[in-house]
Design a protein around this ligand. Structure first.
Ligand code: UD1
Length: 427
């Protein structure tokens, strides 16, 4: 198996450029299904999740050319299926993002039910309830969701229980051709939602209000293919920001909008981290000890759940105690028990983690529990005594392009290594 080996104590400094946002690229790729013709997406990250979405689109009949490292030319003229099968949805839950586009294009879709995943139940009931309000009829059969639109789709008011990113996106896409106007109330406000709305408007859709809690979509006819640049990845950027804050020497993180990390940067400043904001970049450094602060995850513009593990890693080395409250996903504290193996002092109580700062981490063998938790463990290894070996790194590959190479360029002592599989117990 492949692991990431980190030797602590290297001087980490310099500059790093982030890729386009995973969570935007996946939805923009799905949205090309609605604009028959050749669509070009630039600044697409070369990561495992994008490859899975590519497989989904090809399964549906799209032709994809990869131009250079970060450009995809997606020809959706010949889409002739409307089904996202289980073997692909099981590889990546975000494959369900094709539901809205397929409904818009064909008025029908079959999408395998996503199973549970390791950061919580992640239901899609809000997607279903919202789409039903637009006139979509659902049957669940043998693990597949069959969606049909017997009377066509018509605009409606949909009030979401929670500002779900995935539900907002599926509703925005499905309603593009609906008759009349759809209003999504309590919509998610993430920058990736704005990126998707921009793409749809470039294609000829009429989406207003993205980035605010109320999004209006006025139904239009055919959409046309476009060329669009994916917004910079605020979470990849935030991961390098956290890493720089932990290690202390100056690191410039480029290729994203600092305003998309607003609350994260504010909390980090309260922790004693110096943040110099520039155009599409920040420079991070620290010379004081890390101070403890409390954080609670919330939908944007709240503190992102996707930055929770990286931030807990910083707090675990702070001078005092902090409370981390996870409000978005259940089971997102699995990272904490791995960090405890490295000497962190963390107590979990329901959806709160009480983090007492310790003076040092000690290198250990740890397992990447999920995408962000895996990156945070590598980050902890950078300041740990001795060697840390992070396994299950396929999670990290889902969302970070050339993670190890980028760290090496910053001076980190980190490598990918092939090691024998641990012996399994046959009992
Ligand atoms: C997206 C991001 C993920 C990020 C999350 C929250 C992608 C591919 N993933 O995930 O990285 O952590 O937003 O910012 O873009 N829920 C329901 N019913 C639903 C939908 C959601 O109960 O129908 C719950 C979920 O279980 C979760 C919460 O709502 O507890 C938030 O989920 P949501 O905002 O939909 O996240 P995703 O779109 O899955």
């Amino acid at each position: 198996m492949e692991v990431i080996r980190v030797e602590g104590g290297a001087p980490v400094e310099g500059a790093v450029t982030v890729e386009g946002a995973k969570n935007s690229a996946l939805k923009l790729m799905a949205a090309t299904l609605m604009a028959p013709g050749v669509n070009t997406l630039t600044n697409v990250p070369n990561i495992a999740d994008v490859h899975v979405m590519g497989k989904v689109l090809k399964y549906l009949g799209a032709k994809i050319d990869v131009l250079g490292e970060h450009e995809l030319r997606i020809d959706t003229t010949t889409i002739d299926k409307w089904e996202a099968p289980y073997h692909l949805v099981a590889q990546m839950r975000a494959s369900t993002a094709v539901l809205g586009p397929l409904l818009a294009r064909f008025g029908k879709a079959v999408v395998a039910m996503p199973g549970g995943c390791n950061i919580g139940a992640r239901k899609i009931d809000m997607h279903i309830l919202g789409l039903e309000a637009l006139g979509v009829h659902f049957d669940i059969d043998h693990g597949d969701i069959h969606a049909t639109t017997p009377g066509g789709m018509r605009g409606a008011l949909v009030t979401l229980d929670f500002a779900s990113v995935g539900a907002t996106e599926n509703l925005m896409m499905a309603s593009v051709h609906a008759k009349g106007t759809t209003v999504i109330d309590n919509a998610a406000r993430e920058p990736e939602i704005v990126d998707l709305a921009n793409l749809l408007n470039e294609m000829g859709a009429k989406v207003r209000g993205a980035g605010s809690p109320v999004i209006e979509i006025e139904g239009v006819g055919e959409l046309r293919p476009v060329t669009h640049r994916v917004v910079g990845d605020r979470i990849e950027a935030g991961t390098f920001v956290a890493m720089a804050g932990l290690c202390g020497r100056p690191v410039t993180v480029r290729g994203f909008e600092p305003v998309h990390l607003g609350l994260v940067l504010k909390k980090y400043e309260l922790m004693g981290i110096r943040v110099e904001r520039g155009q599409h970049q920040v420079t991070i450094s620290r010379d004081a000890p890390l101070a403890s602060v409390d954080i609670q995850t919330l939908p944007f513009p709240g503190f992102p759940t996707d930055m929770q593990a990286q931030t807990m890693c910083l707090l675990a080395r702070a001078s005092n105690s902090s409370v981390v409250t996870e409000n978005v996903f259940e089971n997102r504290f699995m990272f904490a028990s791995e960090l405890q193996r490295m000497g962190a002092d963390i107590r979990i109580e329901g959806h709160h983690a009480i983090v007492h700062g310790v003076k040092a981490f000690s290198g250990a063998k740890v397992k990447s529990p999920d995408l962000r938790g895996g990156a945070a463990l590598v980050m902890a290894g950078l300041v740990a005594d001795g060697v840390t070996t992070v396994s299950d790194i396929h999670h990290i590959d889902r969302g970070y392009e050339r993670f190890v190479e980028k760290l090496q360029a910053l001076g980190a002592w980190v490598t990918r290594e092939e090691v024998p599989d641990p012996e399994t117990d046959d009992d």
